[in-house]
Design a protein around this ligand. Sequence first.
Ligand SMILES: C[S@@+](CC[C@H](N)C(=O)[O-])C[C@H]1O[C@@H](n2cnc3c(N)ncnc32)[C@H](O)[C@@H]1O
Length: 378
Amino acid sequence: MQNYPGLECMVRELTDAECTELVDAPGALAIKASRYVPELALYGQMVNLPELSPALAEVSAATLPEVRAPDMPGRKREQAGAFAAALKPLQKPILDWCSGKGHLSRTLAAQSRESVAGYEWNPRLVADGNRIAAHFGDSVQIRCQDVMAHNLSIPGDIHGVALHACGDLHRQLLRQGASASLPRISLSPCCYHQTSEGCYQTLSKRTVAYGNRLLPDRGDLRLAVRETVTAPARVREQGLELHRWRLGFDGLQRHLRGMDQYITVPPYSPRLIRDGFPAFCRWAAAEKQLRLPEDTDFDRWLAFGVRRCAEVRRYELIRHLFRRPLELWLVLDYAVFLEEQGYSVRLGHFCSRSLTPRNLLLDAVRVCGTQPARHSRP
Ligand SMILES: C[S@@+](CC[C@H](N)C(=O)[O-])C[C@H]1O[C@@H](n2cnc3c(N)ncnc32)[C@H](O)[C@@H]1O
């Protein structure tokens, strides 16, 4: 920020209302910021992707009706429907990777003549999923399977799909699916930061060959999914209030300890918000074995937290401009990897951002006769 004083000045001068509006409008923010960082004028082009979802009527037709989905949260039902609609026609038996209770499996089964198998490691979800599928007569069989297991074998002639399998789980489908030469692999990735690796390890050779200078660590990867666009307004307001309290307590603890050092405070239940800021400070102080003086001026520290929160939110706006480009960089690495493995790849959105911000779909079809590039990682 020090190198961009004009940009810093611009975000500092935003009103609270403008700040709130821009949190969800990175395109508009990029245009404003491009006065100071001209490259940001390309933001819109950089994050623009094709729409892979068909017409609304086709999406509705592919979505399970509520009566057949009593256990599915409404948003998940619609996401699964949009995902299925974007993949039609379905021509192969399907393997739903990390299927959970099989919401997507059941949605796909209704759109396909072929059977759907699910791999899920949580036995309770497996049992629930199989019970629900049997109840509705769906051609779905969920198997208790750790997809990260070394001895995992994937049947050859299937269409591997994954909706919101986290980090290493979806990368495992990419690697294992490509090495099994699956005819089709379709996934919507999420939680890129959930990985056993310290830094992101690129999958494609071309990304490395073009001089990969980007080595995002877990913190950077988490940035790609830090969005609250689907959270209800009340939940967002509670989150903001807690953020102010945490920063207020942070000022207070630095003052009391005489040390300019941040200390982490564990999660606080939003239900306790009604007890107010002083109760939060007493709880946080107890967690950190810190004694609060009787005469602590809570109003002063709350005002401090409000001021700091306003500053932090403005700086975070700029950080969040990197969110979607970083996500696309990751997903393009996946796409190029699949091309190297002999697939023809479509990349685009399968639903609106308001239904889920994790709305990217990578749909890869194996091109006959191509030999996958050898890949060194297991
Ligand atoms: C975010 S949920 C997505 C579930 C489902 N695809 C959906 O969209 O409803 C991720 C699922 O992966 C499962 N999972 C996590 N680690 C796994 C593993 N190693 N093997 C198999 N399933 C796993 C979790 O139990 C959870 O059901």
